[in-house]
Design a protein around this ligand. Structure first.
Ligand code: IPE
Ligand code: IPE
Ligand code: MG
Length: 225
C-alpha cells in the first residue's frame, strides 16, 4: 500500500461556486479559504503530514483588479492567524515569489513562518503568488545546476507530492509544482473546491493507496526493482 505523505491540492472552482449561488467571486474565495481549514483537519484525521494548497498563481494577477485586491485582503487576514496555527501545532510555509506583494504582506508572511517554525504537527505549504517555472528559475539564479542542487534550492525542502488533487474539473497543472510533480499521482475531480468533502478526500486517498507506483522500475514479485 502506498503511503500518502504529501497531498498537494490545486484549489480551483471558487469563482464558479460563487457564481452558481449569485455571490461575488470574492465571496467564493472566502469560502475556499474556510475549506482549507477543513482540509487541515481532514489531513490530521487521515494521517497525512504534509499538505500543499495552491491559492494564487503568478498568472492570477491577470484577473480584474477588484478580485485581485479582495484576494490580497483575504490572504493578509490568513497570514495574521499565527496564534491559531501555533495552538493547533501547524507549521505554515509560504511558497511563492515576492513580486507585486506589499511590504506589509511580506512581513506578515515572515512572521507567520517564524512563529510556527517549531510546530511538529501538520505542515501546511501555502502556494501563494506561486509559479512552478518561476520557482525553478529562482533556484537556478541561486546557482543550482544539478537535479540535487535544484531540489535543494526550491522555496522549501519538503518531500515531493505523492498525490496532486485538482478540484474544479480542469485537467491541467496551471504552473503548479512543475519540478516536484515528476512522479506524483494526479487526480482530477469536477467537485468545486468549496464543495470538497471529507468523504471524497478519503475515497481519493484510498484509490491512491492501491495504485501501482513504479518510478520507472518494473514490478517483480510485488517488489519494485
Ligand atoms: C481558484 O478558483 C482560486 C484562484 C485561482 C485564486 P478560481 O477563482 O479559479 O475559480 P474558477 O475556476 O473561476 O471557478
Ligand atoms: C489554478 O487555477 C491556480 C489556483 C488554483 C491558485 P486557475 O483558475 O488560475 O487556472 P486556469 O487559469 O484555469 O488554468
Ligand atoms: Mg480557476
Amino acid at each position: 500500500m502506498n503511503q500518502l505523505t504529501h497531498l498537494a491540492v490545486i484549489a480551483d472552482g471558487n469563482g464558479r461556486w460563487a457564481e452558481k449561488r449569485g455571490l461575488t467571486r470574492s465571496e467564493g474565495h472566502e469560502h475556499g479559504l474556510h475549506k482549507i481549514d477543513d482540509l487541515l483537519h481532514w489531513c490530521v484525521d487521515l494521517g497525512i503530514p504534509f499538505l500543499s494548497v495552491y491559492v494564487f498563481s503568478t498568472e492570477n494577477w491577470n484577473r480584474p483588479k477588484e478580485e485581485v485586491d479582495a484576494l490580497g485582503e483575504l490572504a493578509d487576514k490568513y497570514f495574521d492567524r499565527h496564534r491559531e496555527f501555533k495552538e493547533s501545532n501547524v507549521r505554515v510555509l509560504i511558497s511563492g515569489c515576492a513580486d507585486n506583494l506589499k511590504q506589509t504582506s511580506l512581513d506578515k508572511i515572515a512572521h507567520l513562518q517564524e512563529e510556527t517554525k517549531d510546530c511538529t504537527g501538520l505542515t501546511l505549504n501555502l502556494c501563494a503568488n506561486y509559479g512552478g517555472r518561476r520557482e525553478i528559475v529562482d533556484a537556478i539564479a541561486k546557482g543550482a545546476r544539478t537535479e540535487e542542487e535544484i531540489t535543494a534550492a526550491l522555496y522549501h525542502r519538503l518531500p515531493p507530492p505523492d498525490l496532486i488533487l485538482r478540484t474544479g474539473g480542469h485537467q491541467r497543472l496551471s504552473n503548479f509544482l512543475l519540478w516536484q510533480s515528476a512522479y506524483a499521482e494526479l487526480h482530477f475531480t469536477h467537485t468545486l473546491f468549496p464543495d470538497l468533502s471529507f468523504g471524497e478526500v478519503k475515497h481519493i486517498k484510498s484509490a491512491f493507496e492501491r495504485e501501482t507506483r513504479k518510478f520507472g522500475g518494473v514490478i517483480i514479485d510485488k517488489r519494485t526493482v
